[in-house]
Design a protein around this ligand. Structure first.
Ligand code: AMP
Ligand code: MG
Length: 418
């Protein structure tokens, strides 16, 4: 009998530790002036936005009615002489004196002298140019929005880090901004590798399959706010990979799929190193996606941020899982989000689920919000090549390693894909 004990493999990197490594290398992209077209939606401000005016710019009528002096209507009832009509967009010309009122429209400036607006519904215009009022006693300021109540000239109305949503677009318009300083969309180069791949418009011949990862990654990148640049298919051949990798390294982010496992033709890690990429990890304790590679490419001459390079395993569900766990947070951080995620949702399993796995597993699942909280149901799935299962899924549920009979009612961390 041999007393040779097989050397224990060093423990594999955990997902959270791998994410922490990636985070160290990511800074928000340098901000750029950005016109406020719909393309700016979802971008993150890189400078405070300050108001150039008071809002409202004058004491403003909030209702249609009559601008009055409260002192004239101690009981709420009275008859006042109408001296002027003030539509929105006009400046009052007359001061409201004792016994007088001005007809006023919503949005118009309150005339000097008046301190309340009586609703039109509580009044009746008589033929002699007077208005009869029958209301509760008015309070000073009633139906008036004071000048500067919403914002004052010089206020920071949108601080650095604000995400531009429709309401922020409206505020920017209010303060006269048609351009902002924001972090741009990261350009992301996408390279599929594999001798077996043909493009989707081709019919695969013997031993071939269509390149699904190209389309998948273009869509994942677009949805995550990146600008995809699809480079095509590289053959498992250094002469083909070399120039395509070189091209891809011009972008701030390069995503490759395939060629990162232990096979003889898995050339991606060695070709990346040859191109000058510094490897930070290769293999993470997860399923699918274990062979994932991450490295950075320092810019020749030292100028600018290094390119971030991910070698994603070729199976499409591995691509998707690695994208959600590692790449999406990178794109969010490059776009200036303070909190790049990913964010897990604790959800209750809807049915018993027996599952055996040797690594923490991100299993395709259906996640749903119910009146009783989040519910998750794993969908049938035959493994990392089975992208079709993802069409029935909107989430990945995280199952621990081991041979388990998970019970309905147990809580699991879940990653939404939407
Ligand atoms: P690899 O990581 O290159 O060993 O590939 C793992 C598995 O993923 C193999 O079965 C490949 O055929 C498959 N695969 C690799 N690249 C793609 C791709 N772009 N689209 C679909 N399947 C792929
Ligand atoms: Mg391959």
């Amino acid at each position: 009998m041999s007393d040779i004990v097989p050397a224990k493999n060093p423990p594999m990197l955990q997902v959270a530790d791998a994410q922490a490594i990636v985070r160290q290398y990511v800074r928000p992209l340098p901000p750029e002036p950005m016109p406020l077209t719909s393309a700016a939606l979802g971008h993150v401000l890189a400078a405070d936005v300050v108001s150039d005016l008071d809002m409202p710019p004058y004491h403003k009528a909030m209702m249609d009615g009559y601008a009055v002096r409260c002192a004239d209507l101690p009981s709420g009832k009275g008859t006042l002489r109408v001296i002027e009509e003030i539509p929105a967009g006009q400046v009052p010309r007359r001061t409201v004196e004792a016994g007088q009122a001005s007809r006023i429209m919503t949005g118009a400036p309150i005339p000097p002298g008046a301190d309340a607006v009586i609703l039109i519904e509580r009044t009746r215009l008589s033929e002699n140019g007077c208005v009869e009022i029958e209301d509760r006693p008015p309070k000073p300021g009633q139906n008036i929005l004071p000048q500067g109540a919403e914002m004052k000239c010089g206020d920071t109305v949108l601080p650095t880090g604000t995400v531009l949503r429709p309401q922020e677009f409206g505020v920017l318009a209010t303060v006269g901004r048609t351009t902002v300083l924001a972090h741009p969309s990261p350009r992301v180069a996408i390279l599929s590798t594999g001798d077996e791949l043909v493009e989707p418009d081709q019919r695969p011949q013997g031993g071939q399959i269509r390149n699904s990862n190209g389309a998948l990654l273009v869509a994942l990148v677009s949805r995550a706010g990146g600008t995809p640049r699809y480079l095509g298919i590289a053959r498992d051949d250094p002469a083909c990979l070399r120039p395509m990798i070189c091209d891809g390294l011009k972008a701030p982010v390069l995503l490759l799929s395939g060629g990162v496992s232990a096979g003889k033709l898995d050339l991606v890690p060695s070709m990346l190193r040859e191109a000058g990429v510094v490897a930070h990890f290769h293999k993470v304790e997860m399923k699918p996606g274990k062979p994932v590679f991450f490295g950075t490419y320092p810019r020749p001459g030292g100028g600018g941020e290094p390119a971030l390079v991910f070698g994603l395993p070729g199976n499409p569900v591995s691509v998707l899982a690695c994208f959600e766990l590692f790449v999406r947070p990178v794109l969010r951080r490059l776009r200036g989000h303070a909190d790049p995620g990913p964010h897990y949702i604790s959800a209750v399993l809807t049915e018993d689920f027996a599952y055996r796995t040797d690594r923490p597993t991100y299993h395709p699942a259906h996640l749903e919000w119910t009146p009783a909280g989040w519910r998750v149901r794993p969908v049938p799935w035959i493994g990392s090549a089975d992208l079709r299962a993802l069409t029935q899924a909107n989430a990945l549920v995280l199952f621990p390693p081991g041979d388990h009979r998970h019970r309905a009612g147990q809580v699991f961390e879940t990653l939404s894909l939407e």
